[in-house]
Write a protein that binds this ligand. Structure first.
Ligand code: GDP
Length: 423
């Protein structure tokens, strides 16, 4: 059985906690896109973690975790993350972590270029996390980086990197007036980080093919959400890869795979990190209150997240893009502080009410149409059964389910692994 866990909105929906929960029913967990700019927060018996690149199944005994060919493989950050997790008692070995030999490497200059370009853009910046993701994917698609498997062929690797270095220095020097990189720098980088991750590199496509033949369950883990998808999101305020479930087979190493179950993760209210249109956004005191209640500060950057009520228009679109078969609604407990539960039900565009997510350029002209439902004003974090929830909370969940057109099968009422109601 193949399951994908994907974000329906702008990211930070709580995918990590869902993967952590569901990974115990799976044999393999694969990250298929994105890079170390993720911040999947997980709370379990080992403590609290913000995973950036490691798949969220890394804590589950017996699960094999894979970084697929679609990820931006940042050896430096990955190695540091492995060390951090190990220091807290979690086993990370070539047995439970496998890196695709076809994953392309994020090279030291990608991070530099990200910062240089954001600085050049000044007040027109995209809100990058400066982890080098956009320069990396640009280079991957221009065929100007190296694959992890090349670490096994040192002579070839050095000659390939030398060619890339010559080319990249033209950009660093002539476009940005930045210091050039030297082959010495790259040698140090290979030694310090490339060599450390090399033992994990293998033909993960072959591994996955065999695992599937043996009837093993595979879980595909996404980063960010549908609205940040390069092709379907709020371009250019998207990420530089495809976050949607349809890309999971391509980015994982199982291009012919069919997904049997797609769990779309939706937060009970909205949050968004960085720049770009965010129609349902709240400002001022009420935003601050919601941000505090939901602890909405970036796991990677610490930046305060922009917040607002659930956006039905954007969520319905996200559900369609993901082809979600079931929804996990997270952080319902955060709304317990509210007398009334706000809902961005529709948009107003040029005096007309619309319920279809518009072309990105039009989003700046859209205004939210807000409705309210009665709040429940009680602590629901201990609820474990649907019937345990107050009627008002159930009504809210049922309203969202009807409006977005997809069954809500999981309701999360706290960050801990078992703070969940399975319907
Ligand atoms: P991801 O990137 O989609 O995995 O999401 P993040 O980890 O960035 O953000 C989700 C945050 O919400 C994390 O801090 C989680 O611990 C927390 N969280 C997840 N589910 C719940 C929930 O149901 N209730 C509460 N209060 N917090 C939750």
């Amino acid at each position: 059985m193949n399951t994908a866990i994907v974000g329906i909105n702008w990211g930070d929906e709580g995918k990590g906690r869902m993967v952590d929960l569901v990974s115990r029913d799976n044999d393999v967990v694969v990250r298929y896109q994105g890079g170390g700019n993720a911040g999947h927060t997980i709370i379990n018996e080992y403590g609290k973690f913000a995973l950036h690149l490691l798949p969220s199944g890394i804590f589950t005994k017996g699960v094999v975790n894979i970084l697929g060919n679609g990820v931006a493989l940042d050896c430096e950050n990955l190695y540091k993350e492995i060390e951090e997790v190990r220091a807290r008692g979690v086993d990370v070995t070539p047995e439970n972590l496998k890196i695709s030999d076809r994953a392309s490497l994020l090279l030291p200059w990608h991070r530099d270029l990200d910062s240089l370009e954001e600085a050049r853009l000044a007040d027109k910046k995209y809100g990058s996390t400066k982890q080098g993701i956009a320069p990396f994917y640009s280079d991957k698609y221009s065929k100007k980086t190296v694959m992890a498997g090349e670490l096994n062929y040192p002579e070839h690797l050095r000659s390939h990197l030398k060619d890339l270095l010559e080319w990249k220095n033209l950009t660093l020097k002539n476009v940005y007036g930045a210091p050039e990189t030297t082959m010495d720098d790259l040698e140090k980088w290979i030694e310090s980080y490339g060599e450390k991750i090399r033992p994990f590199v293998c033909d993960t496509g072959e591994y996955l093919k065999n695992a599937t033949k043996e009837g093993k369950n595979v879980l595909f883990e996404a980063q960010l959400g549908a609205l940040r998808d390069l092709d379907y999101g709020i371009y250019p305020y998207t990420t530089s890869s495809n976050t949607i479930a349809a890309f999971a087979p391509v980015g994982s190493g199982l291009p012919g795979a069919k997904l049997d179950k797609i769990v779309g993760v939706v937060k009970a209210y909205s949050s968004c990190v960085g720049e770009g249109p965010f129609t349902c956004e709240w400002f001022g005191e009420k935003a601050e209150k919601l941000r505090e209640a939901g602890d909405e500060y970036g796991a990677k950057t610490g930046r305060p997240r922009r917040v607002g009520p659930i956006d039905i228009v954007a969520t319905r679109y996200g559900v369609e893009c993901q082809g979600a078969t079931v929804i996990a609604l997270t952080k319902l407990d955060v709304l317990s502080v509210m007398d009334e539960i706000p809902i961005c039900a529709k948009y107003e565009l040029d005096g007309k009410i619309i319920d279809r997510f518009p072309f990105p350029t039009l989003l700046d002209s859209c205004k939210p149409v807000t409705e309210y439902m009665k709040g429940w004003k009680s602590d629901i974090s201990g609820c474990r059964k649907w019937e345990d929830l107050p009627k008002e909370a159930r009504d809210y969940v049922l309203y969202v389910e009807r409006e977005i057109g997809c069954k809500i099968g999981y309701v999360s009422v706290g960050p801990e692994r078992d703070s969940i109601i399975i319907r």
